[in-house]
Design a protein around this ligand. Structure first.
Ligand code: 5GP
Length: 342
């Protein structure tokens, strides 16, 4: 639908390697024929669902395909262009730093290459502002988390506000947040904004209780926070009191089977309370979606008017980790476009 494509949008929860499109994947698969990888191993198509565990297997396959500086540069540029083509005006990309001995990739070069992709897109005048969140994979434990925070801190100072924050992601069934607390505290203290995957599965209640004390600047998913799904009043109260925006990814949660159906998505619960909610794609490549589709899906599932949809996208500007002048520029852009589109 044209309205959703034209709607200016803010994307705040996009994992780089989960966002690789079918077309880019084609190129990568051709580049590495010896891996014998097929498309069915890198994307969950319409009507298909997988368990969350199976989703994490998909990322392992993609990581085999994206393992050099050349791959990362290509993938990051393509992903940025695709978001821009979908009407995303501001994007926060996140990615887990990897080193690959075979190709000489280091974690330092990993960040530098993503930043180079962002710089090249800007130079090519792609109509989108892009920032980067350095991701901590919880599976890798506290030492790697601390090392990642240190790298992120270096880039926070040197990247001219392109690196703005830290993400905590990875398989929620592995490890415990208490082991990562000191790394996350350090990140917060040095000025990195925190976007943490919280309560993605029901067993994370204690961990979430603990990590909400940091507090994080945004919550990823938060699927099992509220009491109706096994969360608790105390979790809801903490989130509300601190007014922490929640990044919501409808297709991802339904395809990954943490939410039984679109109409049962927790967007409903939080949106009704007037809590800050932001619609996001999570992994547009893996889950075969884009942000326009996510807005349209939310509108049709929950009966949102175009005015309400506009408000959702505009309010997201306030939840970005962008410097204040950028937020003001975005507000201006929205005001101008509103006359044309709504
Ligand atoms: P990358 O960080 O390599 O750019 O993107 C893929 C990685 O993002 C995965 O290996 C995983 O750590 C993280 N990721 C992507 N989607 C999800 C999700 O839905 N939940 C969690 N917890 N992590 C995710």
């Amino acid at each position: 639908d044209l309205f959703y494509r034209q709607l200016p949008k803010v994307e705040l929860h996009a994992h780089l390697n989960g966002s690789v499109s079918f077309e880019t994947m084609e190129t990568l698969i051709k580049r590495k024929p010896h891996l014998n990888i097929e498309h069915s191993m890198t994307a969950i198509r319409h009507g298909q669902r997988r368990t969350l565990d199976e989703c994490f297997e998909v990322f392992k396959v993609i990581h085999q395909l994206v393992n050099s500086e050349e791959d990362i540069l290509m993938v990051a540029k393509a992903v940025i262009r695709e978001f821009a083509a979908d009407g995303v005006k501001y994007l926060e990309l996140r990615s887990t730093l990897r080193e690959v001995a075979e190709t000489g990739l280091t974690k330092q070069r990993y960040i530098e290459t993503v930043l180079e992709a962002i710089r090249q897109c800007k130079q090519e005048e792609v109509d989108i502002d892009v920032r980067f969140l350095v991701a901590v994979d919880r599976r890798h434990g506290p030492e790697v988390a601390m090392e990642t925070v240190k790298l992120a801190e270096d880039f926070l100072l040197s990247s001219n506000e392109v690196v703005v924050g830290l993400d905590l992601s990875g398989d929620p069934n592995v490890g415990h947040g208490k082991d990562l607390l000191s790394a996350l505290e350090k990140a917060k203290n040095c000025g990195l904004k925190l976007a943490l995957h919280l309560s993605e599965v029901p067993s994370q209640r204690d961990e979430t209780e603990l990590l909400l004390n940091l507090p994080p600047d945004r919550i990823g998913h938060g699927t099992f926070l509220h009491p109706e799904v096994g969360g608790s009043d105390s979790l809801v109260e903490k989130v509300c009191k601190q007014n922490i925006p929640i990044e919501m990814c409808l297709t991802s949660n339904v395809k990954g089977q943490t939410v039984p159906s679109y109409d049962k998505h927790h967007f409903q619960y939080w949106y009704k309370r007037g809590h800050p909610c932001v619609l996001c794609t999570d992994d547009k490549g893996v889950f075969c979606t884009d942000l326009s589709q996510e807005y349209q899906l939310a509108a049709s599932t929950f009966g949102l008017t175009q005015e309400a949809v506009w408000m959702l996208s505009q309010q997201a500007i306030g939840y970005t980790f962008a410097p204040e002048p950028i937020k003001q520029r975005l507000e201006k852009k929205w005001a101008e476009l509103k006359k044309e589109i709504l």
